[in-house]
Design a binder for this molecule. Structure first.
Ligand SMILES: [Zn+2]
Length: 159
């Protein structure tokens, strides 16, 4: 009985060790993918616009090259699994922000802050000094009698 229980303890220990190893490996993978995702997001939000501006090329070209690099690098690193992870990373870092941006643009109306209000045009009625006909925005002569409007004082309707 002693040997059997010792053998069982060994198997339990082995299973626990394997489970722990799997857990640690999974944690490392999750951490690595999260770190890569953060790196890709930073790359897409900070580096790609600068590179596109500096090279004078379209931002989408740089993003496409980033996707090729991620999928190709994933293939080089871990074959099919790596390229799938690279593609998913590219989707998460480039596709999702782009989609959410276009969604925001179509669903949220942006308000321009700081645009000056157009000046309110106030209608000014100017009474003619000769005939008394009030006219809005009359020139130098009264439209009714043709007298000169030089002495007329404008009266604002706003008051
Ligand atoms: Zn007049």
């Amino acid at each position: 009985m002693e040997t059997v229980s010792g053998w069982r303890a060994f198997v339990l220990l082995l299973v626990a060790a394997v489970l722990g190893l799997i857990l640690v490996l999974t944690a490392i993978w999750v951490f690595a993918v999260l770190a890569l995702l953060g790196l890709c997001l930073w790359f897409d939000l900070v580096v790609v616009p600068r590179v596109a501006t500096r090279l004078g090329v379209d931002r989408r070209l740089v993003e496409a090259l980033l996707g090729v690099a991620l999928i190709g690098g994933g293939w080089w690193f871990a074959g099919v699994t790596g390229s799938v992870i690279g593609g998913l990373l590219w989707l998460a870092s480039v596709g999702v922000p782009r989609l959410s941006q276009s969604w925001l643009r179509s669903h949220v109306r942006m308000t321009v802050v700081g645009r000056p209000e157009p000046p309110v045009h106030m209608l000014e009625l100017v009474p003619c000094p000769v005939c008394g006909v009030a006219s809005a925005d009359a020139g130098e002569r009264c439209p009714a009698c043709g007298a000169a409007m030089s002495g007329a004082q404008p009266r604002s309707l706003a008051n």
